[in-house]
Design a protein around this ligand. Structure first.
Ligand SMILES: NC(=O)c1ccc[n+]([C@@H]2O[C@H](COP(=O)([O-])OP(=O)(O)OC[C@H]3O[C@@H](n4cnc5c(N)ncnc54)[C@H](O)[C@@H]3O)[C@@H](O)[C@H]2O)c1
Length: 326
């Protein structure tokens, strides 16, 4: 079985990618420093604790497992933290990624699937957003991701390293069997926050802004099931293994869901009312972020197969399972 080094594989999206890799006949090796990950999420291959800033450790793990490709999820991800501690984000997400890339190159690995984000676009000038949309990130987090996309493009041009940068919109949902799911600290994502309020772990769910220029006044996002994202990673890997050229691809559903519609979906699935409070807009939140998924269909043959009810239902299963685990 071809081995794939999965940095950040003890985190939310990376652990679901390991499940998909395993199901597709690959052998994922997780490399994670557990700063935000969970060893219990590593269930489909060996775990190597380490930091992407630690070149010696990377070299040793790569020499031991001899991966054919890297999936690079490891990053600091919280936009608000990136504003408070930009240098920490640049060191981790930029220097860390470059250290990883150099280690991969030294070992002759020439294929990387990179977790990028719609945050590289910044304020939307047209929606749905296609990959040619201007990339002008409005926070350090988005800029760290854009810098690596740009580095990867140069590495293709001048050093023969091919990559796919996958620009996710809002990853959501969980493994429907409740084995792994979304556990961020601090939690800033809408669906886990809402479910925690529903389950009594938070007093209420805050709707940040109800005066946007959208149909119901609340912000609109494109929620894509994490297992659909995981499937897209396997397709991106196969694309590179088949000789595909370096590219960047949006991963979203093309359907926008407002915060109010999301609340409705959660209440319908849970059969209970969500305690909601209205709050001010959060700085830096765009009114509307929705993907144009044409390139994902054309290049990867990928389009998401799971709808909002499955996203919410699987997230609820995960949070309930977490409660019983204590
Ligand atoms: N969750 C989303 O909606 C979303 C959207 C767009 C892009 N992304 C990107 O997807 C990737 C995964 O996001 P996630 O939601 O799973 O986050 P996560 O925090 O759950 O996972 C990130 C993992 O990386 C690890 N990590 C961080 N720095 C590291 C380092 N220096 N060395 C080794 N391991 C390190 C953490 O311990 C964690 O397990 C990130 O790169 C993120 O930017 C996520």
């Amino acid at each position: 079985m071809p081995v794939v080094l999965v940095t950040g594989g003890a985190g939310y999206v990376g652990s679901h990618a390991c499940l998909a890799l395993h199901q597709a006949g690959f052998a994922p090796v997780v490399y994670d420093n557990l700063s935000n990950g969970h060893e219990a999420f590593v269930q489909w291959g060996p775990f190597e604790q380490g930091d992407i800033l630690d070149r010696e450790r990377l070299d040793a793990v790569i020499a031991l497992h001899r991966p054919v490709a890297v999936m690079h999820f490891a990053a600091l991800i919280e936009v608000g933290e990136s504003v408070l501690q930009p240098a920490r984000f640049y060191r981790n997400n930029v220097i860390g990624a470059l250290t990883l890339i150099e280690a991969a190159q030294a070992a002759g690995i020439d294929k990387i699937v990179f977790s990028s984000t719609c945050a590289t676009y910044g304020e939307p000038v047209r929606v749905p957003m296609d990959e040619g949309h201007p990339q002008e990130p409005i926070n350090p987090y988005g800029r760290t991701k854009l810098m690596i996309e740009q580095a990867l493009s140069d590495l293709d041009r001048h050093a023969g390293l091919r990559s796919v940068s996958l620009r996710y919109f809002n990853a959501a949902g969980a493994d429907p069997e409740g084995r792994i799911g979304e556990r961020h600290s601090p939690e800033t994502h809408a669906i886990p926050l809402a479910i925690q309020a529903l389950l009594g772990q938070r007093a209420s769910f805050s709707v940040f802004g109800s005066d946007y220029d959208t149909a119901d006044g609340t912000a609109v996002r494109d929620y894509v099931h994490v297992l659909d994202l995981a499937d897209a990673h396997v397709r991106a890997l196969r694309y590179l293994m088949d000789g595909g050229a370096t590219t960047a691809i949006n991963l979203g559903t093309g359907t926008g869901t407002s915060v109010r519609a999301l609340i409705g979906a959660i209440e319908a699935v849970a059969g209970a009312a969500l305690p909601v409070v209205e709050a001010q807009r959060r700085a830096g939140d765009a009114p509307l972020l929705v993907a144009n998924g044409t390139r994902a269909r054309e290049v990867l043959g990928w389009s998401p197969s799971r709808d909002l009810a499955e996203i919410v239902g699987s997230a609820l299963t995960w949070h309930r399972a977490e409660l019983t685990r204590g």
